[in-house]
Design a protein around this ligand. Structure first.
Ligand SMILES: Nc1nc2c(c(=O)[nH]1)N[C@H]1C(S)=C(S)[C@@H](COP(=O)(O)OP(=O)(O)OC[C@H]3O[C@@H](n4cnc5c(=O)[nH]c(N)nc54)[C@H](O)[C@@H]3O)O[C@H]1N2
Ligand SMILES: Nc1nc2c(c(=O)[nH]1)N[C@H]1C(S)=C(S)[C@@H](COP(=O)(O)OP(=O)(O)OC[C@H]3O[C@@H](n4cnc5c(=O)[nH]c(N)nc54)[C@H](O)[C@@H]3O)O[C@H]1N2
Ligand code: SF4
Ligand SMILES: [Mo]
Length: 878
């Protein structure tokens, strides 16, 4: 069975095969995105299917209820609310992880039949700025390039993207191309020296939020040096005079830009020269650009530089927005954003009429609805009384989650379609609907390069789970729209979606997959990956757009865009004494780790995805750690105007002074108060509505503790505790390990409480103590109280679980566990930093290839190779 990976926007093809009772998954050699390669997340998909607390039945108010009753009651409630307060009192909040088919039905129901424009998606948090930039420059939300361009380019610029971790297979393709063609150059623009940046020929660690200055400065440089393409601009581009006039300002001179960006002038000029001189330049951008107060203009300034040089629609030359989620692109195609209609149509009268005709829809909405942050404010105000959330976890992933939680708690009717009840948002739901998960549902998704792939089911749906499109269809029918929602299979939905894309489309909408509208069910099942447009002009799809220099604007010309506010909108690190909160003021950045996916509902339980980064951390430079008087592993209190969070200190030498980084992954389900979005303010780009997740002002202080330690057992720690974080252990059938920290209750009080609750044995240690709970002579759970949980070898400690109580073995195991942990570098082949350093030091291996041959590290997905190289480098320079 061939399908597509459930995670990132690279959209790798996978093959799933069954041998007896066991499923095997491998990369699909025939898929154009990955040609057989997979990163560790993709390779762990089968393990991820064992989802904890899987939601198997509908539940209303916590009680199990049948689908029929749930749907009847839901439709009844919606009818009542709409009757009382009008269609705009109901809203949907969707996700780039739904299929095109799920998305299509949701959008049609709301924007055509219920008549509420309030349908937005988590893509607002992710792609909205790129969408705005595409629409303004090209006349439509179009990504011009394809992955092959990455291999054909002579210069690749990665702007605000940690691609080695977030799009690993694409990064590997890039690295392999560089190995074949060493003259190829890589420039990385990121305030942090990430694993990606450390692989670049040039890294520009710019001041956060100063990208607009950098790209405007490049525009001016290209004009001043005569390095722009006059002919291309004359024939294919509009808006030159206005842009040239804006750039004719001393603020965009290299010296001024270097200062605004806090970069050495020589490095900045080095980049400008390289860009100016390299025809085949590809600029990939992601959340460091999009998630900003000026995201739309920043992406626009990148596109400007490509239009000025005519580097678009050519092999190896284009601006390239990378999508985050597996179907972030597909959601935009169906109109999942509140700012579009469907099939790339806007809200003009003609589009409204066209949709009304095509759908036979009584109530096509006439204008945009609330964007995500505003949508939840409208829920908070009580204007939106019913909200249905599908495939996203806003209680963890929106900015200012404490406020979002208030809104969710106030919502009169909250419906959440989920695969687990362990998501933070599910906890607020009145009605929980069990959704079919990846592997159980079929449909299509579109990746970063516009390639449409089939997601195919290979597992029987457990319990009463149903695909999301089915639940939406059932509700639509109960609201009286049976005729327009006849769907019994996703094939019907897909064909309708494809037909709409070609309906009355005389070439003005590039999103056109109408050649697929007549697929038979069999053809749909067997559909091979292909990139849109797929229409009469391009029956086999189209890899690269704008090759003829014609854009989707009425006159066919692309538009150069002048930023609304040309200067950068940057935040300074918070100053001490600015608020009554004590601590060190820092500018907080946030984003992803290599081995986790978003709010961890699909990866948090996979042991091998946890080992490299088991705990929620705040990453700080050495100077900040010194000022705080903190060591790695100490608990820190992090406060902003929005709220308070706690995470463990981690040292990161790649950060600029005064800046910190926190992974976005820890929700309340995986760490108490460890979520970064408790701290992030709901500041958005006024153009796109995308939140500026990458910059928050915080005050950090060390949290003095009364005790801390590690809990290991099959059940979570059951007593009150101020802070905890948890991970799953690879061994021992899903047992948990929890880091516990208390600043209110003394060690003695906690022990007393524990001792009263069970059959416990307490063994004093040199520093701290070990308590073990026995069940029929075997160790059932244990608590190790220690001032340094971070240095405990957890796997070793875990080997005590289930073992008989034996003094000698216990002491030896404990000694080994306390002897110190080593960080896992290669998650695929499980190679630790200690092993690598030993090979370098003891066996004198001084090259990555040698380490690869000896230990295997980096020989599967290759994502850790930069880190292995860094260890070799560090040893060399020591
Ligand atoms: N492992 C993993 N991979 C994923 C995901 C995941 O959860 N886990 N999620 C997927 C999704 S949905 C998305 S959207 C993508 C995101 O992919 P990326 O955008 O690559 O990932 P992030 O870590 O969010 O942010 C990228 C970088 O932006 C930098 N940055 C911060 N501020 C600025 C700035 O002012 N200017 C510039 N130039 N850079 C800045 C950060 O330091 C960070 O290194 O990843 C996808 N892939
Ligand atoms: N601070 C900070 N915050 C961020 C970001 C950041 O960089 N920094 N990045 C933002 C970005 S780019 C993104 S994309 C968002 C992601 O944020 P979310 O979308 O909130 O994160 P997920 O954990 O992917 O949530 C998906 C939910 O859907 C459930 N699910 C999985 N499969 C299905 C299915 O088939 N059907 C249904 N109904 N449910 C399913 C999962 O269990 C999970 O709870 O986070 C944003 N938030
Ligand atoms: S690169 Fe992305 S799509 Fe490919 S296997 Fe990894 S997570 Fe899946
Ligand atoms: Mo995203």
């Amino acid at each position: 069975m061939r399908s597509v990976c459930a995670y990132c926007g690279v959209g790798c093809g996978v093959r799933v095969e069954r041998e007896g009772e066991v499923w095997h998954l491998s990369g699909d050699e025939a898929h154009p995105a990955n040609r057989g390669a997979l990163c560790i997340k993709g390779a762990s998909l089968i393990e991820s299917l064992d989802i904890p607390r899987r939601l198997l039945y509908p539940r209303w108010g916590g009680e199990r209820i049948g689908w029929e009753a749930a749907l009847d009651r839901l439709a009844g409630e919606l009818t009542r609310i709409i009757g009382e307060s009008g269609p705009e009192s109901v809203a949907l909040y969707l996700s780039g992880q739904l299929t095109c088919e799920d998305y299509y039905v949701a959008n049609k129901l709301m924007k055509g039949f219920i008549g509420s424009p309030h349908v937005d998606t988590n893509s607002r948090l992710c792609m909205a700025s790129a969408v705005v930039a595409h629409q303004r420059a090209f006349g439509e939300d179009l990504v011009p390039a394809c992955y092959e361009d990455l291999e054909l380019a002579d210069l690749v610029v990665l702007a605000g993207a940690n691609t080695a971790w977030t799009h690993p297979v694409l990064f590997r393709r890039l690295q392999q191309a560089r190995e074949r063609r060493p003259a190829m150059r890589l420039v990385v623009i990121d305030p942090r020296e990430t694993m990606t940046a450390s692989q670049g020929d040039l890294h520009l660690p710019l001041r956060p939020g100063s990208d607009l200055a950098l790209w405007s400065g490049l525009g001016r440089y290209l004009l001043d040096e005569g390095l722009w393409d006059r002919e291309y601009v004359a024939r294919h581009v509009a808006g030159f005079d206005a842009l040239a006039a804006t750039l004719d300002d001393p603020r965009w001179r290299p010296e001024a830009v270097a200062e605004a960006c806090d970069l050495p002038l020589a490095d900045l000029l080095g980049f400008y020269r390289l860009f100016g001189a390299t025809a085949r330049t590809l600029t990939l951008f992601c959340q460091g650009i999009n998630q900003s107060r000026q995201g739309g203009d920043q992406a626009g300034a990148i596109i400007n530089a490509h239009l000025l040089t005519g580097r678009i629609g050519k092999p190896g030359a284009a601006p390239f927005s990378m999508t985050g989620q597996p179907n972030a692109m597909g959601g935009r195609e169906v109109g999942g954003l509140a700012t579009q209609l469907a099939a790339h149509m806007g809200f003009d009268q003609e589009s409204q009429d066209r949709l009304a005709r095509f759908w036979g829809a009584p109530r096509v909405v006439t204008g945009p609805g609330h964007k995500a942050v505003d949508l939840f404010e409208a829920v908070h105000r009580g204007e939106i009384r019913a909200l249905w959330v599908l495939g996203t976890n806003p209680a963890a992933s929106l900015p200012d989650t404490l406020r979002v939680r208030e809104a969710l708690a106030r919502c009169e009717l909250l419906v959440v379609s989920e695969i687990t009840d362990q998501s933070d948002t599910a906890g607020f739901a009145h009605l929980l609907l069990p959704a079919a998960a990846w592997g159980e549902k079929g449909g299509t998704v579109t990746n970063s390069e516009r390639t449409l792939s089939r997601q195919r089911p290979f597992l029987p749906p457990p319990g009463e789970v149903r695909p999301d499109w089915w639940a939406l269809t059932q509700v639509a029918r109960r609201l009286g729209f049976e005729q327009a929602f006849p769907y019994e299979h996703e094939h019907q939905i897909f064909c309708e979606h494809a037909a709409l894309s070609g309906f009355e489309n005389r070439g003005e909408r590039h999103f056109d997959i109408s050649a697929l509208a007549t697929l038979t069910r069999e053809q749909y099942e067997g559909l091979e990956p292909l990139s849109w447009p797929v229409n009469r002009a391009h029956p086999a799809g189209c890899r690269r757009l704008f090759e003829d220099g014609r854009f989707a604007t009425p006159d066919g010309r692309a538009r150069l865009v002048v930023p609304a506010e040309p200067g950068p909108v940057t935040l300074a690190p918070a100053q001490r004494g600015e608020t009554p909160v004590p601590g060190v003021g820092l500018l907080l950045n946030s984003g992803r780790l290599r081995d986790q996916w978003h709010t961890m509902t699909r990866t948090g339980h996979v042991a091998r995805l946890q080992e490299a980064e088991p705990w929620p951390t705040l990453r700080l430079g050495a100077a900040s750690l010194r000022t705080l008087g903190a060591e790695p592993g100490d608990l820190l209190a992090i406060e902003s105007e929005q709220g308070l969070a706690h995470a463990l200190a981690e040292r990161d030498e790649g950060l600029r002074e005064g800046e910190a980084f926190m992974p976005m992954h820890w929700s309340e389900a995986h760490g108490r108060g460890a979520g970064v979005n408790r701290l992030v303010a709901p500041r958005v780009d006024p153009l796109s509505g995308q939140p500026a997740f990458k910059q928050s002002r915080v005050w950090v202080s060390a949290r003095p503790l009364l005790w801390q330690g590690l809990w290991l057992g099959s059940e979570p720690w059951a007593h009150p505790i101020e802070w905890w974080a948890r991970r799953t252990l690879g061994t021992h059938g899903g047992a948990l390990c929890q880091w516990l920290a208390s600043w209110q209750e003394s060690e003695a009080q906690s022990w007393g409480r524990l001792n009263r609750a069970g059959n416990w044995l307490r063994l004093p240690q040199a520093r701290g103590w070990l308590a073990i709970e026995l069940c029929q002579g075997r160790i059932n759970s244990l608590l190790l109280v220690t001032p340094t949980p971070r240095s405990v070898r957890i796997d070793t400690l875990a080997s005590l679980l289930g073992a008989p109580l034996q003094a000698d073995a216990l002491i030896t195991t404990l000694d080994q566990a306390l002897a110190g942990a080593s960080r896992l570098i290669c998650s695929c082949l499980r190679v630790s930093e200690r092993q690598i350093l030993a090979a370098i030091e003891e066996q004198g291996i001084g090259e990555v290839a040698g380490l690869q041959a000896l230990l295997g590290c980096g020989s599967n997905c290759g994502t850790c190779l930069p880190e292995v190289a860094r260890l070799v480098e560090r040893h060399r320079s020591d």
